[in-house]
Design a protein around this ligand. Structure first.
Ligand code: GDP
Ligand code: MN
Length: 399
């Protein structure tokens, strides 16, 4: 589960990580009001940022630096009335419903600091770079030596010596070292305490030297956190941060019925039982020149109603030009799927080609149900095996 920047800032502040003052707002008027207050309280710069579950906001025009309160109106209006398009959003972009107004800070240097699971070493790993601010993927691709990695001990977490080594490697000096070390240790603590899968600060910054802070101040001015869904039951405060408006509506609907559904870009809808079979079905579709429109695992114990719901979700996706059903009935009896197909055919109808491949428990009963409904489902073809099914559906979509 992902959360918004303003929520990540709450978690960081609670953990003692310094963040600049900010306020979440939902309207242009509130944004103007908050901007006026920050300027009134002495800020020389105010930043308005779109709150949306995707990064790359700066380049998309959804991070605006304001020098006076008059600029708030246009900045907030733009963000609340345009969809944000960045390399991290779908092509049609995302609607922005919330904004964050921050008291802007002067920046001497930007750094990158994150923790996530390194799948090559199966270890939660701190990733840090003195080349913060810009996209870290680009740094990783063009200048991998600029990225430092430090594995977290499975039981003890990040050790102080590791944080000190990273701080020196990144080039922090004087009092900055102690500040950076504290931030790293606290970030590691939050990551573990919340069962996070990603805790990213980009940028972590140092402010310019001042009389009060001759070495500058190290702080976070942006953050992106996500969490392990399977651990949310033990973090009610984080589960409460869920923002349904940021989720794909079809995926939300599927979740309600206990279906694992992920929307994809292709045009062949897939209904499969079992995650492994779903993955291999997608591979075989691609092998035969097709492109899957979704991943959908109905699982072993889905009810007939859930199966019908699954078909409706697939058929309501306007990209779908053909549907492949691939069921290996072990726990899931094939006749339940067959009744789900007939139910969906009567409730919404299959206007697109449908290819069905069933094997396993109750397959004979299932074939009889489908055979009896053939006139109601004229676009249906049956397949003898999975390669046959993938070929038929790919051909009917290409035709
Ligand atoms: P992102 O593009 O979605 O990652 O949004 P960020 O919040 O990281 O902002 C993008 C960039 O805007 C940062 O890397 C900074 O360079 C700049 N920026 C954001 N907030 C401030 C601020 O308070 N002061 C200054 N000077 N620049 C800021
Ligand atoms: Mn950022």
């Amino acid at each position: 589960m992902k959360i918004h920047e303003y929520q990540a800032r709450e978690l960081m502040a609670a953990a003692g990580i310094p963040v600049n003052p900010s306020r979440m707002v939902r309207t242009v008027e509130e944004a103007e009001q908050a901007t006026r207050e920050f300027f009134h309280n002495g800020a020389r710069l105010v930043v308005i940022k779109g709150q949306v579950h995707a990064g790359g906001r700066g380049k998309a025009g959804f991070v605006k630096l304001l020098r006076s309160p008059d600029e708030a109106h246009d900045a907030a209006t733009f963000m609340l009335s345009n969809r944000m398009v960045s390399p991290q959003t779908p092509t049609e972009g995302l609607e922005v419903r919330r904004l964050l107004v921050t008291a802007g800070v002067d920046i001497a240097k930007e750094y990158y600091l994150a923790i996530t699971t390194d799948r090559a070493t199966n270890t939660n790993t701190m990733i840090a770079s003195a080349e913060g601010g810009v996209e870290i993927e680009q740094v990783a691709a063009e200048n991998p030596d600029a990225i430092r990695k430090m594995p977290l001990h499975p039981l003890l977490g990040l050790q102080p010596w590791q944080a000190r080594q990273l701080a020196f490697d990144l080039g922090f000096t004087g009092k900055q070292v102690g500040q950076a070390v504290k931030i790293m240790l606290k970030l590691a603590r939050v990551f573990l305490d919340t069962d996070a899968s990603l805790a990213e600060i980009n940028p972590l910054i140092v402010t310019p030297a001042s009389t009060e802070h001759p070495d500058g101040q190290v702080m976070a001015i942006d953050a992106k956190f996500s969490f392990d869904d399977n651990a949310l039951f033990r973090h009610q405060n984080i589960a409460d941060m869920f923002d349904a408006a940021e989720e794909n509506p079809a995926e939300l609907r599927a979740k309600k019925f206990g279906l694992s559904y992920v929307a994809l870009d292709g045009n062949i809808g897939c209904l499969v039982n079992g995650a492994g079979l779903a993955m291999s079905t997608m591979d075989i579709i691609k092998l035969h020149g097709g492109e899957p429109a979704n991943f959908l695992d109905v699982g072993g114990s889905a009810s007939e109603e859930a199966v019908r719901e699954a078909f409706e979700i697939i058929l309501e996706d306007r990209k779908v030009q053909g549907v492949l059903v691939n069921i290996f009935g072990g726990i899931m009896p094939c006749d339940r799927i067959a009744r789900g197909i007939v139910g969906a055919a009567t409730s919404i109808g299959f206007k697109v080609p449908l290819v069905v491949r069933l094997e396993g428990t109750n397959v004979r009963a299932a074939r009889e149900i489908l055979e009896a409904a053939r006139t109601d489902i004229p676009t249906m073809q049956t397949a003898t095996d999975i390669a046959d099914a993938a070929r038929k559906v790919s051909e009917s979509v290409a035709a």
